[in-house]
Design a protein around this ligand. Structure first.
Ligand code: PLP
Length: 403
């Protein structure tokens, strides 16, 4: 356990492993540690637990368990689907994605570009929304894949994946969605959505790190990315992370149970946090629209102050928040997501992401709200950008200006 209380508001970076999940996985480490591929009963017991967990994750997605491939993380699932689309359609050398994807897609897209693949990164508007006509127009006869995330990890903005899937289906192009931030927050039904591929990562839903998932629609063309043994019906080599898979299965069951709470209690906490900040701390503005958005995420710009300073000051108080994707923390460049939304660098550098979860309490939000105004005013006093003569605007006025 941590030495002192942690006020954790960074659930889009990772989540606490649920006690029920720890209980479910421990037997796999202590007792049922056999190799699921082994011929004897001891191995077979582990295989059965893996299949039970697969059924639980499939139920979360309304998928057939045979359509699921366990991977090591969301990044692997995303990389695998991009590589497979090119490998299974050798004549097609064009991929469409967006300018606001997680680095697991963005960086792999840039890598593919360096290998001669054409990659279109579709722009977004100030609200973070996509122009679906532009997406449609961007599809070409040599487009191998469209990959668009379901929910943005930095802003919580949701993309209309069902509509995008319909466009792709009508143009006969496979569609992948990175749904890493979605489980437990939105209802997920791969059949209703009409997606061909979907990525998840267990550590975003109260399971441990190091276990991910790729949903592959039945009969969709797929070439394994990790080539080795016959595991995962030949779709991903490597001895299964049995404890991780069983943890994922239990976490998937809990995610379904907590869906209602995320959309009521957690949403209300998020809204109270956001509204209080915007109303009581001058020169603050929400990044992105109020809706459609994940119920747990709020990204707020604190003008005239750098997010790094806020993070460090809050850290002294035991409060964990982030200045965008955890992977970009520490980088001096403003986040690519905020830049793509047209947020000016000076403002983007003062953006903080608050992402709540089912373990957050009203008292924790009170603690954050008690300390934040003082942290911001102290940093502003010390800031060269917050000189005399600057107007102090309340948020609605500020929001009306261009971002
Ligand atoms: N995609 C999104 C939207 C994410 O938020 C993340 C993690 O932050 C990933 C992919 C990568 O997942 P993992 O950490 O399991 O590689």
């Amino acid at each position: 356990m941590p030495e002192r209380k942690v006020y954790y508001f960074d659930n889009n970076a990772t989540t606490r492993v649920a006690p029920e999940v720890v209980d479910a996985m421990l037997p796999l480490l202590r007792d049922n540690w056999g190799n699921p591929s082994s011929a004897y009963r001891f191995g077979n017991q582990a295989a059965q637990l893996v299949e039970k967990a697969r059924a639980s994750v499939a139920a979360l997605l309304h998928a057939d368990p045979k359509e699921l491939v366990f991977t090591s993380c969301g990044t692997e699932s995303n990389n695998a689907v991009l590589q497979s689309a090119l490998a299974t359609q050798p004549g097609k050398r064009h991929i469409i994605t967006t300018a606001v994807e997680h680095s697991a897609i963005m960086k792999h897209g840039e890598f593919l570009r360096s290998q001669g693949v054409e990659v279109t990164f579709l722009p977004v508007d100030a609200d973070g929304t996509l122009d679906l006509n532009l997406l449609d127009q961007s599809i070409r006869s040599d487009t191998a894949l469209v990959s668009v995330m379901w929910a943005n990890n930095e802003t919580g903005v949701l993309f209309p994946v069902e509509e995008i899937a319909a466009i792709c289906q009508s143009r006969n192009v496979p569609f992948h969605t990175d749904a890493t931030q979605v489980p437990g927050k939105l209802e997920m039904d791969v059949k209703a959505l009409g997606v061909d591929f979907l990525s998840l990562s267990a550590h975003k839903l109260h399971a441990p790190k190091g276990i991910g998932l790729l949903y592959i629609k039945r009969r969709a063309k797929f070439q394994p990315y990790i080539v080795g043994g016959h595991q995962e019906r030949g779709k991903r080599g490597g001895t299964e992370n049995t404890a991780g898979i069983v943890a994922f299965g239990r976490a998937a069951e809990l995610a379904r149970e907590h869906l209602e709470e995320e959309n009521t209690r957690v949403r209300a906490l998020r809204d109270r946090l956001e509204n209080t900040i915007l109303q009581t701390i001058p020169n603050t503005v929400r990044i992105g629209p109020k809706e459609p958005r994940l119920p747990n995420t709020s990204n707020i710009a604190f003008d005239f102050v750098e997010a790094e300073g806020i993070l460090m000051a809050l850290d002294q108080l035991g409060i964990c928040v982030s200045s965008g994707s955890a992977c970009t923390t520490g980088s001096l460049n403003p986040s690519h997501v905020l830049t793509a939304m047209g947020v000016k660098p000076a403002r983007a550098k003062g953006c903080v992401r608050f992402s709540l979860g089912i373990y957050n309490t009203a008292e924790e939000v009170d603690y954050l709200l008690d300390h934040l105004p003082r942290v911001i005013s102290k940093l502003r006093e010390a800031s060269p950008h917050h000189g005399k003569g600057r107007e102090t605007k309340t948020s609605p006025e500020l929001a009306a200006r261009t971002l």
